[in-house]
Design a protein around this ligand. Structure first.
Ligand code: NAD
Length: 252
C-alpha cells in the first residue's frame, strides 16, 4: 500500500479494479470530484502505485478478490490507511466468452469463478464495509455503494450465460441491499452496454452491432460511464436504481 500526501478530512472512495478501463476512469473522476480515492487491482501493482502517486491523497491496495481472506483484508487495510469509507464502487469483474448454445462448455468451474469475483466478492466487501459506511453517513450526505453490472444482467444477452446470470444476481443484490441498508447507505448499479476497454478490444462483432444498431452508433468511452458514476455518487436521494447505459441499444 502506498500513500500520496494525505488529507484526513476528505471523503474516501474505494474503486475495485481501478488500474484499467471503467474502474480507472471512475477513480480519476471521483478524485476530480474531491474524493480521496483508493485504487485497487488484482495484479498490476506498478500501475496502481503509479496512479496513486499521481493523485493527491490516493492510496493503492492489491488484493485478489477471488480469495475471501484477501477480499476482507482489502477493507481492513483501507480502514487502517484512511480511517473512513464513504463510497464503495464494486467495479472489478471477470467475463467468459461461451456461445449460449454450448451448455457443456459452461462448466461448473466457470460458473463458480464468475460468481466468486462478480457476486460473492462484492457481497463480502459490502458486508465488511457496512459499519464504516454507516459511520461516515450523514442525513445530508448518505454513504453510497455503486455496483458495475452489465446490460447482460438486464436483458437475455451477453458474452456467456454464466456471465449474464452473475451480473443479473448483482443487479438483484443491488435492489435488495437498497431496501436493507437504507437510509444510511444508498445502493445503485450501472449496467453498461459495450464500453471501449481492454476487456472488449477484440469483440469485433459487438463493436459492429453498436455501430450499426444502437441509437448512439457506438459503444461508450470509460469516461462516459465515469460521468454516470459521478452523478449517482453525488445524489443524496437515488437508491435501488439500475442505470442501463447502452447508448439505447435496448430500444432496438
Ligand atoms: P478491465 O478488464 O479493464 O477491468 C476489470 C478489472 O477487474 C481489472 O482492474 C482487474 O484487475 C479486476 N479484476 C478482475 N478479476 C479480479 C480479481 N480476481 N481480483 C481483483 N480484481 C480483479 O475491464 P472493464 O471493461 O473496465 O470492466 C469493469 C467492469 O465493467 C467489470 O465488472 C465488467 O464486467 C463491467 N462491464 C464492462 C463492459 C465493457 O464493455 N467493457 C460492459 C458491461 C459491464
Amino acid at each position: 500500500m502506498i500513500a500520496n500526501q494525505s488529507n484526513n478530512s476528505a471523503r474516501v472512495a474505494l474503486i475495485t479494479g481501478s488500474t484499467s478501463g471503467i474502474g480507472k476512469a471512475i477513480a480519476l473522476q471521483l478524485a476530480k470530484d474531491g474524493f480521496r480515492v483508493v485504487f485497487h487491482s488484482r495484479s498490476s501493482v506498478t500501475e496502481g502505485e503509479k496512479l496513486a502517486s499521481a493523485v493527491p491523497g490516493a492510496i493503492y491496495i492489491q488484493a485478489d478478490l477471488s480469495d475471501q481472506a484477501q477480499t476482507k483484508r482489502l477493507v481492513s487495510d483501507l480502514l487502517s490507511g484512511c480511517g473512513r469509507l464513504d463510497v464503495l464502487v464494486n467495479n472489478a469483474g471477470i467475463n467468459a466468452m461461451i456461445p449460449h448454445g454450448l451448455l457443456k462448455e459452461a462448466t461448473p468451474e466457470i460458473w463458480r469463478d464468475l460468481y466468486e469475483v462478480n457476486v460473492i466478492a462484492p457481497w463480502t466487501l459490502i458486508a465488511e464495509a457496512e459499519q464504516a459506511l454507516r459511520n461516515a453517513s450523514t442525513k445530508e450526505c448518505p454513504s453510497c455503494i455503486l455496483n458495475i453490472s452489465s446490460h447482460a444482467g438486464v436483458r437475455p444477452k451477453g458474452a456467456s450465460i454464466p456471465y449474464a446470470a452473475s451480473k443479473s444476481a448483482l443487479n438483484h443484490m443491488t435492489q435488495l441491499l437498497a431496501l436493507t441498508l437504507s437510509p444510511e447507505i444508498r445502493v445503485n448499479a450501472i449496467a453498461p452496454g459495450l464500453v471501449d476497454t481492454p476487456m472488449t478490444e477484440s469483440w469485433v462483432e459487438a463493436h459492429k452491432l453498436w455501430r450499426e444498431k444502437s441509437p448512439m452508433k457506438r459503444g461508450a468511452k470509460p469516461s462516459e460511464i465515469a460521468h454516470i458514476a459521478s452523478m449517482l455518487v453525488s445524489s443524496s436521494y437515488l437508491t435501488g436504481e439500475i442505470i442501463l447505459s447502452d447508448g439505447g441499444l435496448n430500444l432496438t
